[in-house]
Design a protein around this ligand. Structure first.
Ligand SMILES: [Fe+2]
Length: 277
């Protein structure tokens, strides 16, 4: 039954008021008749009882139908809100992907990082809702780089100290960009901390261990994995052996060992994750 059809089955408040009025009127009329004309059957008890019960049951049934109608409207509203949120995320994600596409060395980075992160989250047994949150955070994790100069982002040589200061601002900048979208508050937490290290030596806040949101600990692994597995202006992609040993060597210091364990297991199960599309 559609929302529109349910609207038609709705009993108006006016009708309900009239029904309650009739019940009260009949009750008072009956009480008055019993008092003023004792022994004269103006409205019999049975007729009064049947009328009142009939109206009460009818109103109760209509109330249930109204409740159903409201639930349907509520669901439709939630669906519309989700579609609107999805459209907003897609619009922002397009910005990130367009920015990445300008540089052949970063093209597709966020999509690959996201794919690996979601699969790792599933491997860790996270709920579908948390996996979706990690998916949104993954696609938007580097949105703060939009404010960084291309000279720094596409620099072929080594980054100097000033460049690093600018680069390290991107997690917070991402949070500032997404702040107006209140429905992304949990994703913003992940985006803010995707460069924290498990040992507390990361940025921007230097938080450590399980104090770092799990989504951010997952992104830290898949982000670094994709960086090592991608070509750079100054080097070819690292070999699979080197990447695996880097992940293992930094497990417990840079990365959450539980996440590294799940990700390495995943890489063995799904060799397609090595592909750069
Ligand atoms: Fe980043």
């Amino acid at each position: 039954m559609t929302v529109e059809q349910k609207k038609k089955s709705h009993v108006s408040n006016t009708f309900k008021l009239w029904s309650v009025g009739i019940v009260f009127f009949l009750t008072f009329f009956h009480l008055y008749a019993v008092y003023a004309y004792p022994g004269v059957p103006i409205v019999s008890d049975k007729v009064l009882l049947a009328t009142v019960l009939g109206l009460v049951v009818y109103l109760w049934i209509q109330e249930l139908r109204d409740r159903e109608r409201l639930q349907a409207i509520n669901l439709a509203l939630i669906k519309a809100q989700r579609q609107l949120e999805r459209a907003e995320i897609d619009t922002i994600a397009t910005l990130v992907l367009t920015e990445e596409a300008k540089d052949p060395y970063t093209r597709g980075h966020s999509k690959r990082v996201t794919r690996c992160a979601v699969e790792t989250a599933e491997e860790l047994g996270l709920a579908a809702d948390e996996c979706r949150m990690i998916e949104r955070a993954g696609i938007l994790h580097d949105i703060g780089k939009i404010g960084i100069s291309d000279n720094i982002l596409h620099k072929s040589g080594k980054l100097n100290e000033e460049d690093w200061i600018a680069i390290k601002k991107h997690p917070r900048r991402g949070v500032e960009i997404l702040e107006p979208l209140k429905f992304l508050s949990r994703e913003n937490e992940i985006i803010c901390h995707h460069h924290e290290r498990f040992d507390g030596k990361g940025y921007p806040d230097g938080i450590k261990g399980e104090g770092i949101p799990l989504g951010a600990r997952i992104l830290a692994v898949t982000d670094t994995f994709d960086a090592m597995n991608s070509k750079r202006p100054y080097r070819e992609p690292l070999t699979e052996d080197i990447i695996i040993s880097e992940l293992k060597n930094n497990s417990g210091s840079q990365f959450d060992p539980v996440v590294v364990g799940a990700f390495l297991k995943l890489l063995r199960k799904k060799p397609s994750l090595w592909e750069q599309d």
